[in-house]
Design a protein around this ligand. Structure first.
Ligand code: SF4
Ligand code: SF4
Length: 524
């Protein structure tokens, strides 16, 4: 058996297999939604690097990143320490995508193009700039800052290009970069890896300490330059005795191309290792560790399902949920879900929320959730009277404060009027440094005052509720009393999930046990 051929095809099969699998998962993610198929961010170890600061500081992950992503990061770092950039050469699906297009390009043009060395050398530093920029911004903002510009993320959204751009026009940059990557790969092997990939730059830095090297035996070498011609990242192997450059992706194509036995070898701690053994070691370590992490329940790549018996507010259902699923998630009846999210009756219950607008163009899921107490965050802001903020200190981080109040991030940000761009690891009294004019103490004082003055028993004496009829909607009643939503909801003890267009005497349909007349009587 020709072990060289086995090694060559094993690497290709692993790479193409992973590319097909990631493409499939990305497609399913679009079809089924984030709760059922992982996003590309959860599957890419670089996402965990972007989440690292938040993780170390607050113990939580940034959105779309899970424990499985961290396992992938730790694993790929270990691979880089042991076997250089073997993740790039043997496992990365985006590297595989580039190889596929490079092979097509070479078939068409019958040659491998090479960028002039001077330009090439300068451009190779770009990826380190991208590394510093993307990790810095992600750590600063506590989010996947580079997601809209990420060509790999764009690749995973290729089946939904137009809706992705509609959702966030910045993703156009990601699609442009994807096009540049694919077009560039036609002419130049591993175009993105060489010049732009921040993950590759990260592994390249770590690979510097690895004991794995390619070594050329000058006394056996016949200087045919077959190694140089086979190298996808254009390293001049024939000129060196040891390949120590951080650019080497450990694909071992050069070793397999060498016609003289022993002239070019992979060495790990000076011991010769055949490329097929390298493939087995890297792939075995990678999938073996993932398997162990899965068996021990440490490989989460999807959001946790809502525990049985638990319910979530209607405004927390996701676009990928169907209307029918929302009944289980929220504990509401189907009729209540339709009513609270103002879904036209003609929409079938099997429809995902994000697809309703395809059937009813004027329908906005986000707006419906906001009306139901969601993203515009009246949810939290409307009930300060029910939240005791006295335990929140200026020395706490936003995350600590959220945890101590057990509040969702969007509710807390709305309640404390914190701009969305402020990362959760920011200390509350230091928000002013990021958002000039922000006064934490003043906002806290206002919330404390409203908490103490808005309790129904305190306000009932000053508000004449006799004109409020059960046939009015909440909005009409608020208008007639000229009251803010937050005051009215607290005064009439209306759960925050009830939308303002609900008729007062019908609140009981949404919130069983609610008795409008009894509450009104107690206020008179
Ligand atoms: S450089 Fe980046 S895209 Fe290329 S193989 Fe490595 S991680 Fe993948
Ligand atoms: S030097 Fe050899 S192992 Fe390294 S990238 Fe080039 S061909 Fe692959």
């Amino acid at each position: 058996m020709d072990l060289n051929k086995v090694a060559k095809w094993s690497r290709i099969l692993v790479l193409v297999g992973l590319l097909i699998w990631v493409t499939y998962e990305s497609y399913m993610h679009q079809v089924l939604g984030g709760g059922k198929a992982p996003s590309i961010h959860a599957l890419c170890p670089y996402g965990a690097l972007e989440s690292l600061y938040t993780l170390l500081l607050t113990g939580s992950f940034i959105k779309k990143i899970y424990s499985g992503t961290v396992v992938l990061l730790v694993l790929t770092v270990a691979l880089a320490v042991l076997f250089r950039r073997s993740f790039c050469g043997l496992l990365c699906p985006f590297g595989a995508l580039q190889e596929v297009f490079a092979k097509l390009g070479q078939k068409i043009f019958k040659k491998r193009f090479i960028i002039p060395q001077k330009i090439d050398q300068i451009f190779r530093y770009l990826k380190y700039v991208v590394l510093v920029l993307t990790v810095g911004m992600a750590w600063y903002y506590g989010s996947l800052w580079m997601a809209p510009y990420d060509p790999y993320a764009a690749f995973s959204h290729i089946s939904v290009i137009s809706s992705s751009i509609e959702e966030d026009p910045l993703v156009i940059f990601g699609f442009i970069l994807l096009f540049i990557t694919v077009a560039g790969s036609f002419f130049y092997d591993r175009f993105f890896c060489k010049y732009l990939c921040p993950a590759g730059a990260f592994y390249a830095i770590i690979a510097k300490i690895s004991p794995t090297k390619i070594e050329r035996n000058d006394s056996l070498c016949i200087h045919c330059k077959k190694c140089d011609k086979s190298c996808p990242v254009n390293i001049e192997i024939e000129k060196e005795e040891r390949i120590t450059t951080a650019e080497c992706i450990n694909c071992n194509d050069c070793v397999l191309a060498c016609p003289v036995k022993g002239a070019l070898e992979v060495k790990v701690a000076r011991k010769t290792v055949h490329p097929i053994v390298m493939v087995i070691l890297v792939v075995g370590l990678f999938f073996g560790t993932i398997g162990i992490a899965q068996l021990t329940d440490n490989f989460q790549i999807l959001p946790l399902a809502v525990a049985q018996g638990e319910v979530i507010p209607i405004y927390e259902v996701k676009g990928y949920n169907t209307i029918e699923e929302a009944t289980t998630l929220t504990g509401l009846t189907l009729e209540e879900v339709y009513q609270q999210l103002a879904i036209p009756k003609s929409v079938p219950k099997e429809t995902q929320f994000k697809q309703i607008s395809a059937l009813v163009p004027e329908y906005s899921f986000d707006q419906a959730k906001a009306n139901a107490g969601g993203s515009e965050a009246e949810g939290a802001a409307s009930t300060p009277g029910t939240i005791d903020v006295s335990g929140i200190k200026g020395s706490m981080t936003i995350q600590e404060a959220m945890d101590s109040l057990s509040m969702a991030s969007k509710d807390f940000y709305a309640l404390f009027k914190i701009p969305e761009t402020v990362p959760p690891q920011t200390i509350l009294k230091e928000i002013v440094n990021l958002s000039p004019g922000y006064d934490f103490q003043q906002i806290k004082d206002e919330l404390s005052v409203s908490a103490s003055t808005e309790a129904p028993e305190n306000t009932s004496g000053t508000v004449d509720v006799s004109a409020i009829k059960g046939s009015m909607t909440i909005q009409e009643a608020m208008d007639s009393l000229s009251m803010e939503a937050k005051e009215f909801y607290v005064l009439f003890k209306i759960p925050e999930t009830v939308p303002p267009q609900t008729i007062l005497k019908e609140i009981v349909n949404i919130s069983p046990g609610y008795d409008f007349q009894q509450i009104k009587d107690s206020l008179q």
